[in-house]
Design a protein around this ligand. Structure first.
Ligand code: PEP
Ligand code: MG
Length: 551
């Protein structure tokens, strides 16, 4: 057996031959231009314009989050500072190709050095540069191979423009050598339910035509599998297809215990698809995603419009909207202090909102307006709450606006440990396992080198979740989970066993979680949770839960 390992995205499994992404075009040479600086500038301007238009058109065709990503990439191409850096070089007698190559690379390096969200966008900028250079040379844009049969796509990393428009009839799975759990490849693969394993360093060795099995749940790529492994994979592929074709039902355990399954959304545009996939409401609407590229705080009017559009898609259903979570991996220039050395430990989330209550006031006003205009059951919550006073302040502000259900995210160990006191002030709690894991394990969620510590299966994280579940039960207040942990089917069972009432996830994950829940009773879920809690590592917890779930 020859397994390459990486980070699996989703639960899919696929079997087929490898096709490798074409190598990027040769970098240009620094030779003097035969044209005048004005002619070179003109060529570059036309090429940039054409590439930006092509990216925007691809975005329109793809829709959803892909559209936002591609539009952001189109804007990057047209950044005036970048245009100045290119012009400086053409003025100095360089060719357009060289000027673009050098200037874009300088910006890319600056972004990569910043790390975090911007660091992961550096690959997007490299892709824009390659597209502009290809256009200047009159070559087609670099892209996905077309071997004429279904294949497993292996690439260094994928540009959003390629991921967004993958032909899912042909691409059975994605394997990338680079990329972490929050790279665009991962986000878009999750959204489009493409089987993917990212960050597989050893995939460098894979060659076109090689037979592989990609197992996202296990995070593995099996090279040259045996017939037995192929038969097992094919059987699992058929089982998944059968489950996905079954009629949708509300989330529930075998004994009928209801576990509503909700969607995580970043834009009202994803609402229709979430409903189609069986979302019973929204458990986390990330409002900051609407304003990541804004320099100024959004107006009440513009927010009212977005929230109304979202709420209209869920009449009579619960929709949990989170107040702006600015800072660290999601900087908002109008709220975030970029000078901080440790932004994840700085003025982020509710802390940032409470330093300038006007932004929060406007957001709550817009939410109250949207509530007035629609039939949805609107709940609001605060991100990154770490004290009881913060919970109390947020509830007070939200209730004063007529928003009747105001809760908090539990993402910091202090909130989990004081969950009962926090729930004394808030109407509900929603556990953000991504940040809770980051802060419990002291491991930056954006950093590949500590990704082995960012595992919500770690018993230390599970014990904190147990505190919150128990506090929900003693206070009679609802407790949900809206971090990535809810999208892992077996971990979802553990969460329910720890006292969690609702699970919210990327809509593509709903089907696998729904199926797993139907296999266990509440009593069994508690036993599975107990088994995981008793472990001393994440791997052991996974193993113990699996064994308990099958006993
Ligand atoms: C979390 O931290 O788990 C969460 C859901 O919030 P975000 O991923 O947006 O920080
Ligand atoms: Mg969070």
């Amino acid at each position: 057996m020859n397994d390459l390992t990486g980070i699996g995205i989703g639960r899919g499994i696929a079997h087929g031959p490898v096709a490798r992404m074409a190598a990027p075009p040769e970098p240009p040479q620094d030779v003097p231009s035969q044209l005048s600086p004005e002619e070179e500038s003109q060529r570059v301007a036309e090429a940039v314009q054409a590439v930006a238009e092509e990216l925007a058109a691809r975005g329109e065709q793809a829709g959803g989050q892909a559209q936002d990503v591609l539009e952001a990439q189109a804007m990057m191409a047209q950044d005036p500072a970048l245009a100045d850096a290119v012009a400086e070089r053409t003025q100095a007698g360089k060719t357009g190709e060289w000027a673009v190559f050098e200037a874009f690379d300088e910006f890319r390096q600056t972004m990569a050095a910043l790390g975090g969200y911007l660091g992961e966008r550096a690959a997007d900028l490299a892709d824009v540069a390659q597209r502009v250079i290809a256009r200047l040379r009159g070559l087609p844009a670099p892209g996905v191979p077309e071997p004429g049969h279904p294949f497993i796509l292996v690439a260094e990393d994928l540009a959003p423009a390629d991921t967004a428009l993958l032909d899912l009839e042909k691409v059975l799975a994605l394997v990338t050598i680079e990329g972490g759990p929050t790279s665009h490849t991962a986000i878009l693969a999750r959204e489009k339910a493409i089987t993917a394993v990212v960050g597989v360093a050893a995939a460098e060795e894979l060659t076109g035509g090689e037979d592989v099995i990609v197992d996202a749940a296990a995070g593995t790529v099996t090279v040259a599998p045996t017939q037995e492994q192929i038969d097992d994979a094919e059987q699992r592929i058929d089982q998944r297809a059968a489950v996905q074709a079954a009629p949708l039902s509300p989330g529930a355990l075998t004994d009928g215990t209801e576990v509503p399954l909700l969607a995580n959304l970043g834009s009202p545009k994803g609402a229709a698809e979430a409903v189609e996939l069986g979302a019973e409401g929204v458990g986390l609407f990330r409002t900051e995603f609407l304003f990541l590229s804004s320099d100024e705080a959004p107006t009440v009017e513009e927010q009212t419009e977005s929230y109304t559009e979202l709420l209209q898609a869920f009449p009579g259903k619960k929709v949990v909207v989170r107040a702006l979570d600015a800072g660290a991996d999601k900087p908002l220039s109008f709220l975030t202090n970029t000078e901080e050395e440790n932004p994840a430990l700085g003025l982020r989330g509710l802390r940032a909102l409470l330093t300038d209550e006007q932004v929060l006031d406007d957001q709550l006003t817009a939410l109250a307006n949207a509530q007035e205009a629609t039939e949805a059951d609107l709940w609001v919550m605060a991100p990154m709450v770490s004290t009881v006073e913060e919970a109390q302040r947020f509830s007070e502000l939200a209730h004063a606006k007529g928003l009747k259900t105001a809760g908090v995210m539990v993402e910091v160990p202090s909130s989990a440990l004081l969950a009962e006191n926090i729930l004394g002030e808030a109407d509900f709690a929603s556990i953000g396992t991504n940040d809770l894991t980051q802060y419990t394990m002291a491991a930056d969620r954006m950093l590949g080198s500590v990704s082995h510590l960012q595992d919500p299966w770690h018993p230390a994280v599970l014990r904190l979740i147990r505190e919150v579940g128990a506090a929900g039960q003693s206070t009679g207040k609802p407790v949900g989970v809206c971090g990535e942990a809810a999208a892992d089917p077996l971990l979802a069972v553990v969460l329910v066993g720890l006292g969690v009432n609702t699970l919210s996830m990327a809509p593509a994950a709903l089907s696998d979680v729904r199926t797993e829940l139907t296999l266990h009773s509440a009593e069994k879920a508690r036993a599975v949770a107990q088994a995981a809690l008793g472990a001393s590592s994440a791997a052991e917890a996974r193993k113990a839960a699996l064994a308990a779930s099958q006993s």
